[in-house]
Design a protein around this ligand. Structure first.
Ligand SMILES: Nc1ncnc2c1ncn2[C@@H]1O[C@H](COP(=O)(O)OP(=O)(O)O)[C@@H](O)[C@H]1O
Ligand SMILES: [Mg+2]
Length: 262
């Protein structure tokens, strides 16, 4: 369980998060939604232990994040950042090895198997020797997710759920890979782990999320099931724009929505 208790965060003197409170359960995909700049990334970084709240606290599997050592955090949660620019010409294998660092007691063969499994999970078989900088934006994002999967290679460890904290994991992906990554996240939850993902696509969120956290200007607008949170009223509050929920366009504008989450 991740418990976020009245969390406030100030960055460079600006109150960026104001009394955020919610829980993320293992076995469930929690989506954080809201306009640009509302504090989604800051929320995720604070849950990850990369930023400190100035009030409130984050509790990860019963332990205060502020009291966990970096190696303990690395065992419990993997973080996919919103953007990852690498300054050096790393190969895909070298990027994946960053996820494996700290597991020096494992055999090289076992490492290779973990890396191959992670690449297959993001549909990048055969990419191991490619240069990261020569990949498309969507491929780079999937390599980064594979790196996280090398670090968090099983959804449960020592009887405790592990966590994927994903900042816009499908933002630059084609629809096929968006669905593949969402299914991967769901499978991780089904197997006992938990996922917290920042999402912009409200349709994908409605399809896959178990819980939606809707934010605006550093505060919660709504939290709960997609059905309870993704409503005309809440979307108006969050985005200051009238959006109609579950009404296909009146004219003949194509409306693309996958049929099922399976
Ligand atoms: N290091 C920082 N110093 C000051 N303000 C910041 C810093 N990082 C982010 N912010 C501001 O905090 C707000 C929330 O940012 P962020 O969490 O990245 O938003 P989101 O991910 O929802 O788009 C934005 O207004 C942003 O400009
Ligand atoms: Mg962000």
């Amino acid at each position: 369980m991740i418990e976020i208790r009245n969390m406030s965060v100030t960055l460079s003197g600006r109150a960026v998060l104001k009394e955020i409170a919610f829980e993320a359960r293992p076995g469930a995909l929690t989506a954080i939604c809201g306009p640009n700049g509302c504090g989604k990334t800051t929320t995720l970084k604070t849950i990850a232990g990369d930023l400190r709240p100035d009030r409130g606290e984050v509790v990860l599997n019963g332990a205060r994040v502020s009291e966990l050592q970096p190696w303990q955090l690395a065992e419990m949660r993997g973080v996919l950042p919103q953007a990852s620019n690498l300054a050096f010409p790393f190969t895909v294998t070298e990027v994946l090895r960053m996820g494996l660092s700290g597991r020096s007691n494992r055999k090289a063969e076992a490492d290779r198997a973990v890396m191959e499994k992670a690449l297959a999970a993001v549909d990048l078989q055969g990419f191991a020797g490619r240069f990261y900088q020569e990949l498309s934006g969507g491929e780079q994002q999937r390599v980064q997710l594979a790196r996280v999967l090398c670090q968090i290679d099983a959804p449960v460890a020592g009887g405790q759920p592990r966590w994927l904290l994903l900042d816009e994991p499908v933002a630059s992906l084609d629809i096929l890979h968006q669905l593949a990554i969402m299914r991967l996240a769901k499978a991780f939850c089904r197997d006992g782990g938990g996922v917290v993902a920042v999402m912009h696509d409200l349709n994908l969120t409605a399809l896959y999320a178990d819980q939606v956290i809707l934010m605006r200007e550093g505060r919660l607008v709504a939290k709960g099931s997609p059905k309870d949170t993704i409503t005309d009223d809440n979307l108006l509050k969050a985005f200051s724009t009238r959006l109609s929920v579950s009404t296909p366009p009146a004219d003949d504008t194509p409306f693309v929505l996958p049929h099922a989450a399976a």
